[in-house]
Design a protein around this ligand. Structure first.
Ligand code: KG4
Ligand code: ZN
Length: 346
């Protein structure tokens, strides 16, 4: 069975084809067009710009995916050899979501294929099933992205409940907002991770908000304020090129300290969740799941009997493959019943 997956919830236009044979999911094609370069200039995502770029990107990305995955020419007027179309219907930016949802509806009517609406967050979870057939449930799931920091208990494919989450900023958002204070372009997460490689994570003592609290919740906005205060107190001018070129070590040490503070809290609460529920696996998902320190620290802090499962880095950030993979576990709906839902939760 083959599913075409479409993801347009934010700034990435992702289209992919995933095939399932017995229990194995394989990727036939996975194309992502990104408007990141626009957002890098503005320091964050401008929804109107993201939506316009989605409109421009969707048909070329669709056309390339169908060509590469199943040698189908979108101009041929034929019907491609796929079994269903899956699309992200939320959460996300309304303008961006609508591009994917309306495109998927049109294709479903045109090609007479079932349409499967997918929650973006489940997409991040099911990215783990691609090329990975044996994930033992129950599991604790940590979804860490630009918009979410959620701990879930997954007992089965229809039994997934949130057990913790952030009270303010998401982990990726913390990386991105603190990155702005360091004058790093958006998204700052991967850059802070890179700069950290040469830095000392103990150089600056930063707070680990809620690390000892008796629940599975997170809070990252206080960390951002602490970094801002530290920068102001020392008069560090990261917007000044001269200052940055003379202070590479400072930037590396600060990055490493920030990264360690965020990861310490994520790992502590993850280990707490895994200890409170008797689980076989710990599943990671979302853009921040690409972070090597997070993966390493989880490996070190989880009981040996729990297997750590994480997607390949390319499938951590938004893509159509994860939406197609999730769709194998969800049901089709009539196109007339599917609407974009920006505020969708689990
Ligand atoms: O899942 P994603 O592509 O988009 C959302 O659904 O939000 O996640 C993007 C987020 C950004 O905040 C980015 O800074 C962060 O993931 N990110 C990372 C890394 N790679 C991406 N954060 C830390 N370390 C990384 N290596
Ligand atoms: Zn995402």
């Amino acid at each position: 069975m083959r599913i075409l997956g479409i993801e347009t919830s934010c700034d990435e236009t992702g289209v992919a084809i995933v095939e399932k044979q017995r229990d194995t999911f394989s990727l036939l094609a996975n194309k992502v067009a990104s408007s990141l370069s626009f957002h890098a200039q503005t320091g964050g995502i401008i929804p109107e710009v993201a939506a316009r770029e989605q409109v421009k990107g969707i048909i070329p990305t669709l056309s390339e995916t169908l060509k590469e995955g199943i040698n189908f020419d979108i101009s041929s007027k034929l019907v491609p050899d796929i079994d269903a179309i899956a699309v992200t219907y939320g959460p996300g930016l309304i303008g961006s979501l609508l591009v994917g949802v309306e495109t998927a509806k049109t294709l479903s009517v045109l090609w007479d294929k079932p349409l499967i609406p997918v929650n973006h967050m489940y997409g991040h979870l099911y990215a783990n099933w691609i090329g990975n057939k044996d994930i033992q449930l129950p599991a604790i799931v940590l979804i860490v992205s630009g918009g979410h920091t959620d701990l879930l208990l997954m007992k089965g494919h229809n039994d997934i409940i949130p057990i913790g989450g952030t009270r303010d900023d998401a982990a990726g958002e913390a990386f991105d907002k603190i990155g702005r204070l360091l004058n790093l372009p958006y998204p700052a997460g991967p850059l802070i991770a890179k700069l950290s490689e040469k830095g000392n994570p103990n150089a600056f003592l930063l707070p680990r908000p809620m690390i000892g609290s008796d629940n599975l919740d997170f809070s990252f906005s206080g960390l951002k304020t602490s970094v801002l205060n530290l920068i102001k107190k020392n008069n560090w001018d990261f917007a000044n090129k001269d200052f940055v070129s003379k202070n590479h070590d400072l930037l590396a040490d600060l990055s490493a300290s920030i990264q360690k503070a965020i990861i310490d809290v994520l790992v502590k609460k993850s280990a707490k969740a895994a200890a409170e529920h008797s689980v076989n696996s710990f599943i990671l998902g979302g853009g921040v799941a690409a972070n090597n320190l997070l993966r390493q620290s989880l490996q070190e802090n989880l009981k040996q009997s729990i297997s750590l499962v994480a997607p390949s880095p390319i499938l951590c950030t938004d893509n159509g493959a994860m939406i197609a993979a999730a769709a194998f576990f969800k049901e089709a709906k009539p196109w007339s019943k599917i609407d974009a839902k920006p505020e969708l939760y689990y």
